[in-house]
Design a binder for this molecule. Structure first.
Ligand SMILES: Nc1ncnc2c1ncn2[C@@H]1O[C@H](COP(=O)(O)OP(=O)(O)O)[C@@H](O)[C@H]1O
Ligand SMILES: Nc1ccn([C@@H]2O[C@H](COP(=O)(O)OP(=O)(O)O)[C@@H](O)[C@H]2O)c(=O)n1
Length: 227
């Protein structure tokens, strides 16, 4: 792998705060960001759009390798995610797409198909990579590896609030169950299971604010001489 700059990996379960914290750290450092979960979600949406079967692993791998995706900066500074010419920034965030993504993510050919695309995000001046296997598989030589977690109850509550803000109705008990199922699938799959990378700093954010988590990671970057 040609490493184009330093990498901070932030792995952990759903709702731990990875996306939020990654964005804030990337802004603070002026680095690029990789939302690897979005790639799995985009693949899930593409599979649904094309009416494909999740059993056809060879075709899935080809689709993963060649998926037509663009991350376009809007005039407001936000990022539009475009799949095959269609803006799907909101469409990929539903729980249904997330669950489908999590099932596809357990297929080795899918992970292989997305591997090089993820590594291509590593560009100067640096990358903050958010996912499940950023520190273990995709960027094993990252300068800083974080494993961000929180209790399932807290993560479900955060997710519920997030969905309510988007106008979706939420059943908290059902959400806890879905989160636990997804944790189980992510942690126990045969390939790239969700485990802290060797040498990762484990941060339990259950009792921490977003700002506190950002400060801890920023302090690690300072300590490592990246700032
Ligand atoms: N430490 C924290 N304390 C409280 N809320 C948080 C914290 N970290 C994240 N959140 C909130 O929890 C929700 C889920 O965070 P998100 O970054 O999407 O998690 P992930 O990417 O790990 O799935 C967001 O609404 C976010 O604002
Ligand atoms: N590096 C990654 C990122 C996501 N994923 C999978 O893709 C799904 C969607 O990722 P996400 O981070 O957008 O979703 P949430 O779990 O935050 O809802 C996860 O549930 C994982 O199963 C993965 O296996 N490896």
């Amino acid at each position: 792998m040609i490493n184009q700059g330093p990498v901070i990996t932030i792995d952990g379960p759903s709702g731990a705060g990875k996306g939020t914290v990654s964005q804030l750290i990337a802004e603070k450092l002026g680095w690029h960001i990789l939302d690897s979960g979005a790639l799995y979600r985009l693949l899930a949406l593409a599979v649904a759009h094309h009416g494909m079967s999740a059993d056809d692993v060879d075709t899935l791998k080809v689709l993963a390798e060649h998926l037509d995706i663009q991350f376009q900066q809007t005039e407001q500074g936000a990022i539009d995610i475009v799949l095959e010419g269609e803006v799907v920034t909101q469409a990929i965030r539903t729980e249904e797409v997330g669950n489908c993504a999590s099932k596809l993510a357990a297929i080795p050919a899918v992970r292989e198909g997305l591997l090089l695309r993820q590594r291509a995000f590593s560009q100067s001046p640096g990358l903050v990579a958010d996912g499940r296997d950023m520190g273990t598989v995709v960027f094993p030589s990252a300068q800083i590896k974080i494993f961000l977690t929180a209790s399932a109850q807290e993560r479900a509550q955060r997710r519920a609030q997030q969905l309510q803000q988007k106008g979706e109705t939420v059943n908290l008990e059902a959400l806890i169950k879905v989160i636990e199922e997804r944790d189980e699938r992510d942690a126990n799959r045969a390939i790239a299971p969700l485990v802290p990378a060797a040498g990762a700093l484990v941060i339990d954010s259950t009792e921490l604010t977003i700002e506190q988590v950002v400060e801890i990671i920023f302090a690690e970057a300072v300590k490592a001489g990246l700032v």
